[in-house]
Design a protein around this ligand. Structure first.
Ligand code: FAD
Length: 266
């Protein structure tokens, strides 16, 4: 039977991570951990007493506690793309306990909210035996998410441009993810000033697609440019096949959904 640890401070949690190393599993909402970690690990560390549920905005900067639930995100963060992603993760019973921090760790094709956070250029704060630090979400994925560190929070600036999130599933509600697309575009007059395009389900973790961003150039967001970006996204993706969709279908849908998302902003 696993021992359930409940730290009351970040320092205490970091100490537990340092002491138990690979024998300790972090559990937030438990929607994945209860099935895939809890039965197999000698130590489970819960986050309930750490006060990581806060959602705040100050000086144009959002700060989400890692243990904020997906229901909280829908109610407290009025950014349509992020709200849309949270609203489409599982059913309401899942959203009431699943956390935004836990979503960063969901294996492909999941990580729907994390895909939006990549498009919003989010940073994550993490703590482990070495102390606390902050890094971009892109670097967090590049470094590998299996370090055992505790994610304490997520920060991003209020979007300057427009953001769109689209999910491709086999049905309209409560659908397993085929792929997801999140796009943030800032326009200057009729021209693209800056763009971030993120894909979920297109690689083992959510990814920024710089090839598609570059294909947009700095000109108008017209049909030809959108088609080029969609083709670049499709070519850059490396999805897996599973019971929901084949690698071929996912790659096709990446192109189709990048095109749809950008067309909404044109
Ligand atoms: C029926 C069902 C449907 C789902 N549908 C979707 C979907 O459509 N889209 C989608 O993206 N996901 C989906 N999921 C996956 C998952 O529930 C969510 O991604 C959820 O956000 C995970 O959060 P959690 O708090 O429950 O994480 P947990 O289950 O508690 O943990 C998941 C993993 O994250 C790690 N972890 C959690 N929090 C932290 C932290 N703060 N620091 C370090 N490590 C941490 C855990 O150690 C574990 O490895 C679904 C799950 C179920 C059961």
């Amino acid at each position: 039977m696993a021992e359930y640890l409940q730290p009351e401070t970040i320092a205490e949690a970091a100490g537990m991570i340092a002491e138990h190393g690979g024998e300790l599993a972090i559990m937030a909402g438990g929607t994945r951990a209860m099935q895939f970690l809890v039965p197999y690990m000698p130590y489970i560390m819960g986050l309930r007493r750490l006060g990581l549920e806060r959602v705040e905005k100050s000086d144009g900067e959002w700060s989400l506690g890692a243990a904020a639930t997906l229901t909280q995100i829908q109610k407290e963060v009025p950014i349509a793309a992020l709200r849309d992603a949270a609203r489409q993760i599982g059913a309401v019973a899942i959203q009431n306990v699943a956390t935004i921090g836990g979503n960063l760790f969901s294996h492909a094709p999941y990580g729907d909210a994390a895909t939006v956070l990549l498009a919003l250029d989010a940073r994550v704060s993490i703590a482990d035996g070495g102390g606390e630090r902050s890094l971009s979400l892109g670097d967090f994925y590049a470094d590998g998410v299996d370090s055992g560190a505790l994610v304490t929070g997520i920060q991003f600036a209020e979007p300057k441009g427009e953001a769109v999130y689209l999910k491709c599933g086999r049905k309209r509600f409560n659908a397993t993810t085929v792929i997801t697309v999140a796009v943030h575009v800032e326009m200057d007059g009729g021209n693209v000033r800056a763009a971030r395009i993120a894909l979920g389900g297109a690689s083992p973790h959510p990814m920024r697609c710089t090839a598609a961003e570059q294909a947009l150039g700095g000109g108008a967001l017209d049909a030809a440019v959108i088609e080029k970006a969609a083709a670049a996204a499709s070519a850059a993706s490396a999805p897996a096949s599973d019971a929901t969709a084949s690698e071929w279908y996912r790659r096709r849908m990446v192109g189709v959904y990048v095109q749809k998302a950008l067309s909404q902003l044109a």
